[in-house]
Design a binder for this molecule. Structure first.
Ligand SMILES: [Zn+2]
Length: 234
């Protein structure tokens, strides 16, 4: 993948809800910014570094994990614009309200267009496997289907991360498999259905409330029957 990519399907499910929120806030406020770049592959990352448009090498930018986006100015005639007079601060406010970090706050290399997964995870942690942690996606409001589709797309983009992602998936799912598809399916179950092992060994609140109500009902019935019988014999 060498050119510029700009579509929500390549955005990591951990920030996809937030990016959708940014899009709807921009539209609601009538601000002239549009989604310019999402995932960034090796060729584009390395050419960006040599041109000086990015300071990061491959796997050193959140874009390489789908966990960053760039919104750029859009003129009425449909041209992209980085003009300083655009309301970048309002774009930054919208990023931050959606829970994303904003590159406009960086010291030194200020990146007004850039929003990313908040610093709860560093790119080093993502590279060490956290990018494949189903809980990261679940915390961002992702569905199991969104996460599974993204993982199956990302897997062949990231051969260098396979070892770390397999280890992460084994930790997150408890499944001792080296098969990526089996691990992704187990991850989908973690997002979609909670932890099945925990659920079977410990009754859910709903089950306990129903059982309690049943006991109460049977006790009252027994008391009524006892009273009726007592009434008849005296
Ligand atoms: Zn960026």
């Amino acid at each position: 993948m060498s050119g510029r990519v700009s579509n929500l399907e390549t955005v990591h499910p951990a920030i996809r809800r937030a990016v959708e929120q940014v899009q709807s806030d921009l539209a609601a406020q009538g601000l002239p910014f549009a989604l310019y770049e999402t995932f960034r592959g090796r060729d584009r990352q390395e050419s960006g570094k040599s041109r000086g448009t990015s300071k990061a090498g491959m796997w050193e930018s959140y874009h390489n994990y789908g966990t960053a986006v760039d919104f750029v100015g859009r003129t009425p005639s449909g041209q992209w614009s980085w003009d300083q007079s655009l309301p970048w601060t309002r774009l930054g406010e919208i990023y931050e309200r959606a829970g994303l970090g904003w590159g406009g706050r960086w010291k030194g290399f200020v990146d007004l267009v850039h929003g990313q997964l908040s610093r709860a995870y560093s790119w080093q942690e993502l590279r060490n496997g956290a990018v494949a942690d189903p809980l990261l996606a679940r915390n961002g409001g992702a569905t199991a289907a969104e996460w599974g589709a993204w993982m199956r797309w990302f897997w062949p983009q990231a051969p260098e991360l396979h070892h770390a992602m397999i280890a992460q998936l084994q930790r997150s799912t408890g499944l001792a498999s080296n098969n990526p598809e089996e691990l992704i399916q187990a991850g989908e179950r973690v997002i979609g259905g909670g932890n099945l092992a925990l659920r079977s060994s410990f009754p859910s609140t709903k089950v306990m409330v129903l059982a309690g109500a049943g006991v109460l009902l049977l006790t009252s019935l027994g008391f009524v029957v006892w009273r009726l019988r007592r009434g008849r014999t005296t």
